[in-house]
Design a protein around this ligand. Structure first.
Ligand SMILES: Cc1ncc(C[n+]2csc(CCOP(=O)(O)OP(=O)(O)O)c2C)c(N)n1
Ligand SMILES: [Mg+2]
Length: 1018
C-alpha cells in the first residue's frame, strides 16, 4: 500500500519553496534519503524520507510552496511506521514526567512541605565558639592537628591513598555544606606532585644522555654566537633552550614517537625560540649539515636555518608555526580535539598518539594561552600534554616576582579540570625533604616568591644558605654539613632527567583529561655570569671568549681553547657511543622529529554535475550568495568522495547563515554523543549532537574555530588525510579578529576555505559600526598564499569553489581561499559563455550597453555593488545616451597579484616588448574612463590602478559603518547607482566629453549634497 511522505515540522517556516526534487517515481530509496530540498529566504534544507521503499508517485514539482503536513510523494514502503510515530510511542511508554497540569501542583507541594519539615527539624547551628586557625594560617592547636594527621597516616597505611583522598573529599564536602566556602584544593604545596617513591625510573643510560645533552647545549649556543659574530643583526636566543634542554631531551630519547608507515607519530609543538636546540640535535642525528647550522638565521642566499619553526621556509622539517606567543597553546588544543574528531568519525585509527606542547611561563599571560584550556578538559583530551617551562623569567624580568607562577598556573589548570604535575625540585632535594620532620622546609618553599628564587640561582650557594635556609635555624641546621657547592648543586626539577621522565611517564598514562607539566628550571642554565638567571638572559646572544670557555667547562665539551675561540661546533664521529645512542633512540621511537611529510591520497574531484544547478539562472527566485553557498555545500555532501572530508566549522552562527539544516543531516560533533533529548527534537532541523557528527559547532570563539580550521587544513600532513575545512564566520570577526592565526595558517600551508559571511559595509544593513566589514579583503590580501574573491552570482561562487578544490586537492597547492558571501537576496543569472577564466583571474565582461554609441565608460564592480553598477549602466544608457561595459570583478586582490608580477617582469626586461597585465588586456582596448566600486574601502579597488594606462576612479565604503537600511547606507557611502551615475557624469565632464551640467542636474535629481563631508570623518 502506498504511504504518504509529507513535510515534517520545519520550525517557524510556512510556504517554503521546493528548489530541488531528488527522487523520481520508480526509484528505490533508503530511509533518510533526501526527497526534496526546501529553501526559504533564510535557510536551505533537505527533507529525508522516513521510510525505505519504492517511490510510486510525486505530489509536488519544483517551485511549489509547501508547509508542514503537505504531501510530497507516495512510497511503497517496506516498513510503514514513521520514525516520529515510534518516537512518540516510546515517549508514551516512558512518560512519567508529563502529567496534567492540575495534578502536578499538589504532588509538588507535598514534596516541598516534606523538605521544609526536614530542614526545620534540623537544630539551628550555633555559631562556632572555637577559632580554628589564626588569620595568618598558623596552628592554634598542634595536638589536635597531630591527631588528624595521625589518622590520615593510619588510613594511608591501611587502605592506601585513594581511600585517604576519598575521606578528605568527604571532609571538604561536609565543610562546604556547613558553610566553609574557601577553595581548599586549588593549589597544593610547593613540592613535586609525584613523590620520589612513586617515580617511574628512566631506562636510559644517564651518562651518555648527559653527554649528548651537553653537546646539544653547546652546538645550540654556538650557532647563535657564530651567527651574531658574523652579523650582529641576526639575533637569536641561548637562554631559553638552555633552560629547556632536559625537557626536550627526555622526550626525544624516550617518549616522542616519530611517524612511519605503521604509526602516525606524536605531534610536538616546540617552543618557537628554542629552535636552536632542535637544530643542534638534528645536527648530531645527521639530519642537518654543519653548513646549515653555521648559517642559522641566514635564509636568503645560503639556505641556512629558520629563526623559528616555519614550515613555509623549512617544509620538510617544521610542522607547526609557533613563535607568536599564545598560538601554540590554542592551536595544539584544537589539534588534539581534531585528532579525536577524526578518530570518532572513523576516519583515523586510534593509535593513542599524543600532542605535546611546549610553552613559556611568560607566554601563559597571552589570552590565547589560557583561553581554550576549558575546552581541553571538557572534551577529555587525554591525548594532550602541555609542558610549561617555568624558568620564572620572561624577556624583561621575572614572570611573577612577587608570587609564584607555578602555583598560579596550578590553580588555573586544576580549576579547569586538568591533571597537573608539578616538577619543582630535583633529586638532590629528596633527602632534605625526607629528613625535615619540622615541616619548615616545605613552609619555606611555600613562602619564597619567584623574585627570590631567581636571585638564589644567580647568586651562588652561600647566598642560598643565608637567604633561603637561614630564615629558620632548623633549616640552617639541616644543611650544616653541606658545602656551599653542595647547596648550589641542589637542582631544580626541570633539569633533572629522572624527575622529568617520571612526569612524562605519568602524563602519557593519564586517561580522561589533559595533563600539564609545570617544570621549574633556570633561564640561561649553565651560562654563568653571562646569563644564568639574570634579567638580561633572554636577550643574551653574544658570549665572550671567557663565557664560552666557562660554558665548555661546565658541560665538558671536548674542544680546545682555540676551537672554543673559533666558536666551532662539536660532533663526535659516527661510530661514537653518543651518535649511536642518539640514532638508536630515534629508531626505536619510530622516526625523526620534527619532520614534515605527507602521504595523503588526493581527494577525487567532484563530478561536474555537482555544480551544474548553480550555473543556471535562478529565474524569479531570489537568494543570497550565502544561500548559494549552502546549496553548494549541500550538493557537495551528495558526492561520496567529498562528503566525508568536508568539515563545516561554525562559531555559533549556523542559523544566521541558514545552515541549521546540517545539524540534522550530518550531525554536530560531540565526543559524548547526545545525552539529552533536544528541545526541538520534533523538528526537521533539530539540534542533533553525535559522536560521529561532522559539523564543528565551536561556540563563540573565532580563535578556536580558526584553530580547528588550521588543524583540519593541515591534516594532509599531520594525519596523512586530506580534509576540506570550510569555516564560515561574520566577515568582520574574521581576519580582523584572528589575523595572527591566519598568518600562521599560511605558514603552516593550511588548505581550505574561509568564508566571510554577511560581508560588505552596506550589505549587512542593521548591525552597525562594529559588524559592517569593509576591509577584510584588504587584510586577506596581505597573506601571500591566500586567494580571495568577492563573488556576486552563484555561478561565480561555484566556479571558484570548483577551482579551489582542483588546486588544493588535485594539484596539491599549498594555498587557501577567502570568499565573501552576502545576505542580500536577488536573482542570479545564468552563467555567461566563456567567463570561467575571467572569474578565476579576477574579472570578466558581464554586460555591454552598446546601443547609443557616442560616449563610453567602463564600470567595474564586485559583490553586491556590481548590481549597483549594472543598474547605473542601464540609467546612463537610457537617460544619458552613454554606453558602458560592465565588468564583474571577482577579485581585485588577484588582479593586483597579476599586475605586480607583470610589472616586475617588464622592469627586469627593459629591452623587451612589455607584457600586458590582465587588467590591461581586459580594459586597454576598451573605450572610456574606468570607474570601480565595491562594498569595501577604496584601497581594495585602488590596487589595480598602477596596472592600467587609463584614468581610473574608485569608490568604496571608507569610514565607520552604521545602522540603517541598505539603500540609505549605499547613499551615505556613495556606492549606490545614483552616485555612480552622478560620478560617471562628472568624470566624463572632467574628461571634457560631456558638459558638466549633466552631473549638476543629476546631483539635484538624486538629492546629492555636495557639502556633506566625506564619510571617513562622520
Ligand atoms: C605575541 C608575541 N609577543 C611578543 C613576542 C616576543 N617574545 C619572544 S620570547 C618572549 C619572552 C618569552 O618568555 P617566556 O614565555 O617565559 O619564555 P622563555 O624564553 O622564558 O622560556 C617575548 C616577549 C612574541 N614572540 N610573540
Ligand atoms: Mg620564561
Amino acid at each position: 500500500m502506498a504511504t504518504e511522505i509529507s513535510v515534517p515540522d520545519i520550525g517557524d517556516f510556512e510556504s517554503v519553496e521546493i528548489i530541488e526534487i531528488l527522487v523520481k517515481p520508480g526509484d528505490t530509496i533508503n530511509k533518510n534519503d533526501p526527497i526534496v530540498t526546501l529553501e526559504s529566504d533564510k535557510s536551505s534544507v533537505e527533507v529525508p524520507s522516513p521510510f525505505a521503499g519504492k517511490i510510486s508517485s510525486l505530489k509536488v514539482k519544483i517551485g511549489d510552496k509547501v508547509s508542514k503536513g503537505n504531501v510530497l510523494a507516495l512510497i511503497e514502503a517496506e516498513e510503514t511506521k514513521p520514525e516520529q510515530e515510534s518516537k512518540e510511542q516510546k515517549k508514551e511508554e516512558t512518560k512519567p514526567l508529563k502529567q496534567k497540569k492540575e495534578e502536578i501542583l499538589p504532588e509538588t507541594e507535598k514534596i516541598i512541605k516534606q523538605a521544609e519539615q526536614t530542614i526545620v527539624k534540623k537544630p539551628g547551628k550555633e555559631s562556632p565558639k572555637k577559632v580554628y586557625a589564626r588569620p595568618n594560617g598558623s596552628d592554634i592547636d598542634p595536638i589536635e592537628t597531630k591527631e588528624w594527621l595521625d589518622s590520615l597516616d593510619a588510613v594511608m597505611l591501611k587502605d592506601g591513598s585513594d581511600r585517604a583522598h576519598y575521606l578528605l573529599k568527604k571532609l571538604i564536602d561536609e565543610a562546604y555544606k556547613e558553610g566553609s566556602h574557601r577553595p581548599l584544593t586549588r593549589v597544593t604545596p610547593y613540592i613535586n606532585t609525584i613523590p620520589p617513591e612513586a617515580e617511574v625510573k628512566s631506562p636510559g643510560d644517564q651518562n651518555i644522555e648527559r653527554r649528548i645533552r651537553s653537546l646539544i647545549r653547546w652546538n645550540a649556543a654556538a650557532m647563535v654566537v657564530k651567527a651574531n659574530k658574523k652579523n650582529p643583526e641576526l639575533g637569536g636566543h641561548i637562554g631559553t633552550f638552555a633552560s629547556a634542554a632536559t625537557l626536550y631531551d627526555v622526550g626525544m630519547n624516550h617518549f616522542w614517537r616519530g611517524k612511519n608507515n605503521k604509526f602516525g607519530g606524536d605531534l610536538i609543538y616546540f617552543q618557537g625560540h628554542s629552535a636552536p636546540g632542535m637544530y643542534a640535535r638534528a645536527f648530531l642525528e645527521g639530519r642537518i649539515t654543519e653548513k646549515q647550522i653555521a648559517n642559522f638565521r641566514q635564509e636568503v642566499d645560503v639556505k641556512g636555518l629558520s629563526s623559528y619553526p616555519h614550515p613555509w621556509l623549512m617544509p620538510k622539517f617544521w610542522q607547526f608555526p609557533i613563535v607568536s606567543m599564545g598560538l601554540g597553546s590554542i592551536m595544539s588544543i584544537y589539534q588534539a580535539r581534531f585528532t579525536k574528531y577524526l578518530i570518532n568519525r572513523g576516519l583515523l585509527k586510534d593509535q593513542d598518539r599524543k600532542i605535546w606542547t611546549f610553552l613559556g611561563d611568560g607566554e601563559m599571560d597571552e589570552p590565547e594561552s589560557l583561553g581554550a584550556i576549558g575546552l581541553a578538559s571538557r572534551e577529555k583530551l587525554d591525548n594532550l600534554i602541555f609542558v610549561i617551562n617555568c624558568n620564572l623569567q620572561r624577556l624583561d624580568g621575572p614572570v611573577r616576582g612577587n608570587s609564584k607562577i607555578i602555583q598560579e598556573l596550578e590553580g588555573i589548570f586544576r580549576g579547569a579540570g586538568w591533571n597537573v604535575i608539578k616538577v619543582i625540585w630535583g633529586s638532590y632535594w629528596d633527602p632534605l625533604i625526607a629528613k625535615d620532620k619540622s615541616g619548615l622546609l616545605i613552609r619555606r618553599m611555600n613562602e619564597c616568591v619567584d623574585g627570590e628564587y631567581q636571585a638564589f640561582k644567580a647568586k651562588g650557594g652561600a647566598y642560598v644558605r643565608e637567604n633561603f635556609f637561614g630564615k629558620y635555624p632548623e633549616l640552617k641546621e639541616l644543611v650544616s654539613t653541606m658545602t656551599d657547592a653542595d647547596i648550589w648543586r641542589l637542582n631544580r626539577g626541570g633539569h633533572d632527567p629522572h624527575k622529568v621522565y617520571a612526569a612524562y611517564d605519568a602524563a602519557v598514562k593519564t586517561k580522561g583529561r589533559p595533563t600539564v607539566i609545570l617544570a621549574k628550571t633556570i633561564k640561561g642554565y649553565g651560562m654563568g655570569k653571562s646569563g644564568e638567571s639574570i634579567n638580561i638572559t633572554h636577550q643574551q646572544k653574544k658570549l665572550g671568549e671567557e663565557d664560552l670557555l666557562y660554558y665548555r667547562d661546565r658541560f665538558d665539551i671536548p674542544l680546545t681553547d682555540k676551537q672554543v675561540k673559533n666558536v666551532e661546533f662539536y660532533k663526535p664521529n659516527e661510530k661514537s657511543e653518543e651518535i649511536k645512542y642518539i640514532k638508536e633512540r630515534r629508531m626505536r621511537l619510530g622516526g625523526n622529529l620534527p619532520e614534515r611529510t605527507s602521504y595523503a591520497k588526493p581527494i577525487k574531484k567532484p563530478s561536474k554535475n555537482i555544480f551544474e544547478n548553480m550555473l543556471k539562472s535562478s529565474g524569479s527566485h531570489e537568494m543570497s550568495t550565502t544561500m548559494a553557498l549552502v546549496r553548494l555545500l549541500t550538493n557537495l555532501l551528495r558526492d561520496k568522495n567529498i562528503a566525508p572530508r568536508l568539515v563545516p566549522i561554525i562559531p555559533d552562527e549556523a542559523r544566521t547563515f541558514g545552515m541549521e539544516g546540517f545539524f540534522q543531516k550530518i550531525g554536530i560533533y560531540a565526543h559524548e554523543g547526545q545525552k539529552y533529548e533536544p528541545v526541538d527534537s520534533e523538528q526537521l532541523s533539530f539540534y542533533r549532537e553525535d559522536r560521529k557528527g561532522q559539523v564543528l559547532e565551536e561556540g563563540i570563539t573565532e580563535a578556536g574555530a580558526m584553530s580547528s580550521w588550521i588543524a583540519a587544513g593541515t591534516a594532509y600532513t599531520n594525519h596523512d588525510l586530506e580534509m576540506i575545512p570550510i569555516y564560515i564566520f561574520y566577515s568582520m570577526f574574521g581576519f580582523q579578529r584572528v589575523m595572527d592565526l591566519a598568518w600562521a595558517a599560511g605558514d603552516a600551508q593550511t588548505r581550505g576555505f574561509l568564508i566571510g559571511a554577511t560581508s560588505g559595509r552596506t550589505t549587512l544593513a542593521g548591525e552597525g559600526l562594529q559588524h559592517q566589514d569593509g576591509h577584510s579583503h584588504v587584510l586577506a590580501s596581505t597573506i601571500p598564499n591566500c586567494i580571495s574573491y568577492d563573488p556576486t552570482f552563484s555561478y561565480e561562487l561555484a566556479t571558484i569553489v570548483q577551482e579551489g578544490l582542483r588546486k588544493m586537492h588535485d594539484k596539491q597547492e599549498n594555498i587557501f581561499y577567502y570568499l565573501t558571501v552576502m545576505n542580500e537576496n536577488y536573482q542570479h543569472p545564468q552563467m555567461p559563455k566563456d567567463c570561467e577564466k575571467g572569474i578565476l583571474k579576477g574579472m570578466y565582461l558581464f554586460k555591454e550597453f552598446n546601443n547609443r554609441g557616442k560616449t563610453k565608460i567602463q564600470l567595474l564592480g564586485c559583490g553586491t555593488i556590481l548590481r549597483e553598477m549594472i543598474a547605473a549602466g542601464e540609467i546612463l544608457s537610457k537617460e544619458y545616451n552613454i554606453d558602458s561595459d560592465v565588468w564583474s570583478v571577482t577579485s581585485f586582490n588577484e588582479l593586483r597579484k597579476d599586475g605586480m608580477n607583470i610589472e616586475r617582469k617588464n622592469l627586469l626586461n627593459p629591452g623587451q616588448k612589455p607584457e600586458k597585465s590582465y587588467v590591461e588586456k581586459c580594459l586597454g582596448k576598451r573605450e572610456g574612463t574606468i570607474i570601480a566600486a565595491s562594498d569595501y574601502i577604496r584601497t581594495f579597488a585602488d590596487q589595480i590602478r598602477p596596472y592600467i594606462s587609463k584614468s581610473f576612479y574608485s569608490f568604496g565604503t571608507d569610514g565607520y559603518g552604521r545602522s540603517d537600511g541598505r539603500k540609505k547606507l549605499r547613499k551615505f557611502f556613495e556606492v549606490d547607482k545614483e552616485h555612480i551615475v552622478t560620478y560617471a557624469l562628472s568624470v566624463l565632464a572632467k574628461e571634457q566629453l560631456i558638459s558638466s551640467k549633466y552631473a549638476e542636474r543629476a546631483m539635484k535629481k538624486y538629492n546629492i549634497d555636495k557639502d556633506k563631508p566625506i564619510p571617513t570623518v562622520l
